[in-house]
Design a protein around this ligand. Structure first.
Ligand SMILES: *[C@@H]1O[C@H](CO)[C@@H](O)[C@H](O)[C@H]1NC(C)=O
Ligand SMILES: *[C@@H]1O[C@H](CO)[C@@H](O)[C@H](O)[C@H]1NC(C)=O
Ligand SMILES: *[C@@H]1O[C@H](CO)[C@@H](O)[C@H](O)[C@H]1NC(C)=O
Length: 648
């Protein structure tokens, strides 16, 4: 019940605020306060905690509960807070009412303190992305209520102990990228496990039977063997268990999992085949271009998504030769060598001929086609040209659809200016906008730090553009919303929506597998895009903006990534909403409420049932409200800090 979970986390927040207002102090809370101050002295001298406050409940990252005894610290959440050094005894271990602890994305070193076992109420423990080392301490396995345990990207060593079986409620166990050694215990058995990963450790030997149904990617970068990996070579197959599993429900569960694994492998094989076919197809096209005219193009055969790094090429000649070939072979009326302008002429008129002589730079390649930035002769204009790969629909339909797209004019839509249609070539020409793909801003090599308000403004501009498309008619939709189709302007306070409506022109050639991360569950044919499906994809985009995680199959290398709505759902349902946020915004305590509201909106947009998703106009209105509220808070904080500077 997500509502209840969210309600509870809000309640926690309210209670924390209320406590700080009333200074509700109690002996236990005073002990918690002392432990927190000891923690700050040891690893976080920069924490902005007011030591003169009698209660720690109002401190950043501290959550309290007023159970019996007048309140305790139940949550400590300091992701990316610049903590550095070793956690001593008597700090975390003295917070004995703690239910949730996140110290992820800091520079903590040393081991997990041995007294962690005192925190018997602990359910959520996130310590990933630190430099923690040593073995997992014995006391750790006293934490019998633990549900989510993430220790990834540290330097933990030693083996994976059979003691993990004591953590009966464990649902997430992420241990990837440590230096764990030895084998996984054959009898490892965690009945409630949902998410599991031990990749990139020095583990070897057979995968325990209870984990055989997990995806192979959960064990990558190890020398483990046996299902779901390749069979163990030298050793005899693991001896059968002395007793068959007691419950038949367990049995059916594990067989279901392995069916899923088989389906996954089959899907992977199909995808690989499709990629090979696509490469062959591309090479054939490329060859044809070459035979028409030698040295036409220096295009590479790289099949990236839309975020290929720019490279300068002389594509115009290749396009020209394509046009010529079609004209000479079979001239038809539709081959009229003219650009068709839609939605008004540009400021500087240009013709096909000048477009074909333009110098062009590849901006990206995708399944829809290749995008170029073309500078027209004499530098009179810069345009973006989309050269469509394959257009299966009839000419009349093509012309009608593109004309309708060209009629859409909104400040958040990249303006479609003209098109060219011949048997051989289909070009769509947009005004050039100086902007950068959101995908590379979030996940690219030189990704930028974007604060929450900036992210929310980008979401708002995108939502307005999409809502405008939806407003054009019941059947009007974008069809391919993803972060590489959102272009963020240079000032980073607005965005343009690109590639709207194109998938309907070429959709049949787009394999479903390519767009899984953003695709609504009900969509089986990408060309039959609906507004509800757009809302779903936009919801995934919101979750991507907030978590900083790329949805499955959206950027190269994210193939095995968890389904984003599902991943967010598992965390949010369990009352600890704050844990999903990207570490670089998680500390913006001032706008925490707005972050939670945007997250709620993202989960509503990604409801499985299309009729439960809000309409895009409502989504835009709600984001507008969130942006306004965040803006007011940051503005007034800035005002206060400026006036404090002046008085100092
Ligand atoms: C932690 O608890 C122990 C035992 O209750 C106590 O002696 C110690 O002073 C506490 N440490 C801090 C830093 O509060
Ligand atoms: C919280 O504490 C106050 C008084 O300290 C009490 O009136 C209230 O019922 C408590 N709420 C819960 C949920 O325990
Ligand atoms: C496990 O982690 C590795 C490394 O981070 C990742 O590549 C893989 O996709 C993950 N697999 C699962 C099932 O989580």
């Amino acid at each position: 019940m997500p509502l209840r979970g969210r309600g509870r986390s809000l309640l926690l927040l309210v209670v924390a605020l209320w406590c700080s207002a009333l200074r509700c102090a109690a002996p236990d809370l005073a002990a918690d306060r002392a432990a927190l101050l000891a923690l700050r002295a040891a690893v976080g001298p920069g924490l902005p905690w007011d030591a003169s406050a009698a209660s720690p409940c109002g401190w950043r990252g501290v959550g309290c509960d007023n159970g019996t005894g007048g309140g305790r610290v139940v949550a400590l959440q300091l992701p990316g807070a610049g903590l550095i050094g070793q956690l001593p005894l008597g700090t975390v271990g003295n917070l004995t009412a703690l239910r949730a602890l996140s110290l992820r994305s800091n520079a903590l070193s040393g081991g997990i303190p041995a007294d962690i076992g005192n925190c018997g109420e602990l359910r959520y423990l996130y310590l990933q992305d630190n430099k923690l080392a040593g073995e997992i301490p014995e006391g750790f396995f006293l934490l019998g209520l633990l549900q989510r345990l993430v220790l990834s990207n540290n330097r933990f060593s030693g083996g994976v102990s059979l003691e993990f079986n004591k953590l009966r409620r464990l649902a997430t166990l992420y241990l990837e990228n440590n230096v764990l050694t030895g084998t996984l215990p054959a009898d490892l058995d965690l009945p409630n496990l949902q998410l599991f990963n031990v990749s990139d450790n020095q583990l070897n030997g057979p995968v325990p039977e209870s984990l055989a149904g997990r995806p192979a990617s959960a064990f990558s970068g190890t020398t483990l063997c046996g299902a779901p990996l390749s069979p163990c070579a030298n050793t005899s197959p693991p001896s059968p268990l002395p007793l068959p599993p007691p419950a038949s429900s367990e049995d059916s569960k594990s067989s279901k999992l392995s069916t899923a694994a088989i389906a996954g492998i089959a899907a992977g094989a199909v995808a690989a085949l499709l990629v090979v076919l696509a490469v062959i197809f591309f090479m054939l096209c490329f060859r044809r271009g070459k035979t028409n005219k030698a040295d036409t193009s220096t295009e590479t055969a790289a099949y990236g998504d839309e975020d290929a790094s720019p490279e300068t090429v002389s594509v115009a000649r290749a396009e020209k030769s394509g046009v010529k070939a079609s004209r000479s072979s079979k001239p038809t009326a539709s081959d009229a060598k003219k650009l068709v302008f839609v939605g008004g002429e540009p400021e500087v008129a240009y013709e096909l001929e000048s477009l074909l002589h333009a110098s062009a730079e590849v901006l990206g390649k995708g399944w829809l086609g290749t995008t170029y930035r073309a500078t027209l002769e004499g530098g009179v204009a810069v345009v973006t040209v989309k050269r469509l790969r394959e257009v299966p629909i009839p000419e009349k339909e093509f012309r009608g659809t593109v004309a309708a797209l060209g009629a859409l004019r909104h400040e958040s839509l990249v303006p479609l200016r003209s098109y060219f249609y011949s048997k051989e070539e289909k070009l769509i020409v947009y005004d050039f906008v100086s902007a950068k793909g959101l995908s590379s801003l979030l996940h690219g090599a030189g990704s930028e730090r974007l604060d929450f308000t900036t992210r929310a403004r980008i979401a708002l501009a995108s939502a307005r553009g999409i809502a405008f498309i939806h407003g054009a008619g019941a059947g009007s939709s974008h069809g391919n919303i993803k972060s590489s189709n959102i272009l963020v302007n240079d000032a980073r306070d607005g965005a343009y929506v690109a590639d709207y409506g194109l998938i309907q022109l070429v959709g049949a050639s787009v394999p479903l597998k390519r767009v899984t991360g953003y695709r609504a569950p009900e969509v089986t044919d990408p060309r039959r895009a609906s507004q509800e499906a757009d809302v779903y994809s936009f919801g995934v985009l919101l979750l991507e903006l907030l978590t900083g995680k790329a949805p499955a199959n959206s950027v190269p290398g994210s193939d095995g990534a968890a389904d984003l709505p599902q991943w967010v759902g598992t965390v949010v349902q369990e009352e600890w909403t704050g844990e999903v946020f990207d570490a670089s915004i998680a500390n913006e305590a001032l706008v925490e409420e707005e972050m939670v509201r945007l997250l709620q909106l993202g989960t509503e947009c990604t409801e499985r049932r299309p009729d439960r998703r809000p309409a895009m106009a409502e989504v835009a209105a709600r984001i507008e409200d969130i942006v306004g509220s965040a803006q007011r808070k940051t503005d007034s904080a800035e005002f206060h800090s400026v006036s404090a500077d002046h008085s100092a």
